[in-house]
Design a protein around this ligand. Structure first.
Ligand code: GLN
Length: 551
């Protein structure tokens, strides 16, 4: 595994909940969310030679097309809201581009350009990853089992062969396959979103006074409540109707629906969702079971005071009739993966706590009566819908949307589930795959990127503190001793700079690379010299290979 395989952004302080220094999505250095300086800008002014990695002219300049292609390779596209204005300006710029001009035009988002060119996103070598997803897509296309939902004519009439897959990472890398620009109804995949909106608005305590959080073990529309007379959880119909009752209950129905539409738009990076009125009208006219559920809950006194259940049901049917493309839905899933911050706009849409609760219930209850099996075999939070929609979240890494209308006996998209099976077969994305460490046969360059990233920083931190117990624990758990941080600083660099003699000796005994260079070209030896640790300098010098000494 090369050092590049291990480049990951620092885990966000907000995600881990610990106040710490972090590099934000746009490359600015923040401490506990507070921006303190822009080292990328300073580094750039000092001359970063970034474009030398691209096809330049003799003056070291590049064309807009070369830059756009370099970004596209890593999954960053010109329609990304973070870049739209910069690209307009780039295309208007006469002649080739210098790094300085690009820096001026991209401003804060220049650090994303830098990370793309240096291959430092959460999914490195995105082009390879994309090829693999394309292979899985092609493999699942042959799957023709299952039947489209036919409880309303609008769903019964959809072309069953349609198939879309889209992915968005927490860095905003994107790829889409098949019918990813066709709109489909979200159906039950509105449930986690409405639950999250209710949590944001009313708080966890209030919401869970009216809806449970246990899997029901029964079908999604079963006429059943838990022993307390409440819906079992927000991912089945009764619970979803309950969540609708808690979103802006005093507002006009139009405003309540606007609120939900606005959330979908912000979750997907500013793209407005659609609404399928025929589906809404059909849902409403065939909804005896949902009416029965609402009256049953009313009889049990489950709703908050003053709820109008007919309005609530309309609101629920409207939510199910929202339409998105797989491309949009993958951004929604990525926002959940990114702890509620949309990676395409950097806007916080949901709080960390809301997302934590939402993902927990998606994990235990998101796939109807297949939820336990899905959690066991796939190990990721997900939510399906009868339209063949499936949203899958890889926390802190990426979100997938799969859409294919043929359903299995339990109501999940046949191709959607097949896609997930092959996804975790190839990549270590199951929630507990990171326990396997080096014993896994899965693609080593794709192993749980976030876990790997955490290990890198833990090891660097332990090295700088000279904590040998922690260093050996991390190595025993598979941490790569020569992995480096965003600036190319390895554990040995840090131990040498801090004068941690025992840690330096230990790292060297474990074959740490004494000649590793950081982004400024400095080796651990240089660090020992610069920080005035002559013994360490001599020790490191004597540990260098004769070949390295001559370099
Ligand atoms: N509109 C459907 C219903 O309430 C949604 C159910 C689903 O996607 N499972 O019955």
């Amino acid at each position: 595994m090369s050092a590049t395989d291990l480049q990951c952004p620092l885990p966000s302080a907000e995600i881990s909940g610990k106040p710490q220094m972090k590099t934000s999505n746009n490359g600015l250095i923040e401490i506990s969310g507070k921006r303190i300086s822009n080292i990328k800008a300073d580094a750039h002014k000092a001359g970063s030679n970034l474009f030398s990695a691209l096809e330049t002219n003799e003056a070291g300049e590049i064309s807009v097309d070369i830059l756009a292609a370099a970004l596209r390779r890593q999954g960053i596209h010109e329609d990304d809201p973070r870049f739209a204005a910069a690209f307009r300006a780039l295309y208007a710029h006469p002649g080739p581009l210098t790094e300085e001009v690009c820096f001026e035009l991209f401003q804060e988002s220049f650090s994303i350009v830098e990370r793309a060119i240096k291959d430092r996103f959460i999914i490195p070598r995105f082009y390879d990853f994309k090829d693999q997803i394309n292979e899985i897509y092609a493999q699942c296309r042959g799957e023709r089992g299952g039947r489209v939902a036919d409880y309303i004519p609008q769903l019964a009439r959809v072309d069953p062969d349609q198939f879309a897959v889209a992915v968005t990472t927490v860095d905003g890398q994107r790829a889409a396959f098949g019918d990813s620009d066709k709109a489909y109804c979200v159906q039950s995949s509105c449930k986690p979103i409405n639950y999250a909106i209710a949590l944001e608005e009313r708080g966890e305590k209030f919401v869970h006074r009216h809806v449970g959080r246990e899997p029901s073990g029964r079908s999604f529309n079963e006429l059943a409540l838990n022993p307390a007379g409440l819906p079992h959880n927000p991912m089945i119909n009764a619970g979803a109707i309950m969540c609708c009752s808690m979103i802006k209950p005093k507002a006009a129905l139009a405003d309540r629906f606007d609120t939900v539409m606005d959330f979908w738009s912000r979750l997907s990076g500013g793209q407005a969702p659609g609404f399928n009125n025929p589906v809404f009208l059909s849902e409403k006219s065939t909804a005896d079971r949902n009416f029965a559920l609402a009256y049953f809950m009313q009889e049990k006194g489950a709703f908050p005071k003053g709820v109008n259940i007919l309005d609530t049901l309309d609101f629920y049917f409207q939510s199910c009739s929202i339409e998105v493309t797989a491309h949009q839905m993958s951004a929604v899933a990525a926002t959940l993966a990114n702890a509620g911050v949309c990676p395409l706009t950097n806007e916080r849409v949901f709080s960390n706590d809301t997302v934590k609760n939402c993902l927990s219930l998606m994990y235990s209850c998101g796939m109807y009566d297949f939820s336990g099996e899905f959690a066991f075999t796939i190990g990721l939070p997900a939510k399906s819908g009868v339209s063949g929609a499936l949203m899958v979240v890889v926390p802190q890494v990426m979100g997938f949307a799969i859409w294919s209308p043929r359903l299995d006996a339990l109501g999940n998209s046949v191709r959607g589930v097949a896609f997930c099976r092959e996804l975790v077969n190839r990549f270590s994305l199951h929630n507990y795959d990171n326990l396997l460490n080096q014993q896994t046969k899965k693609d080593p360059t794709r192993r749980d990127a976030q876990h790997r990233g955490d290990q890198v920083y833990q090891l660097i931190n332990a090295a700088s503190l000279g904590d040998i117990d922690e260093i050996s624990r991390l190595i025993a758990h598979g941490a790569d001793i020569n992995a480096a941080d965003y600036d190319g600083r390895s554990p040995l660099h840090l131990a040498a700079a801090e004068g941690r003699r025992d840690a330096v000796a230990f790292l060297v005994s474990k074959n740490a690379n004494c000649a590793a260079k950081d982004r400024w070209g400095a080796t651990p030896l240089d660090d020992a010299r610069r920080h005035n640790h002559p013994e360490l300098f001599n020790f490191l010098a004597s540990s260098l290979d004769p070949q390295e000494k001559t370099q």
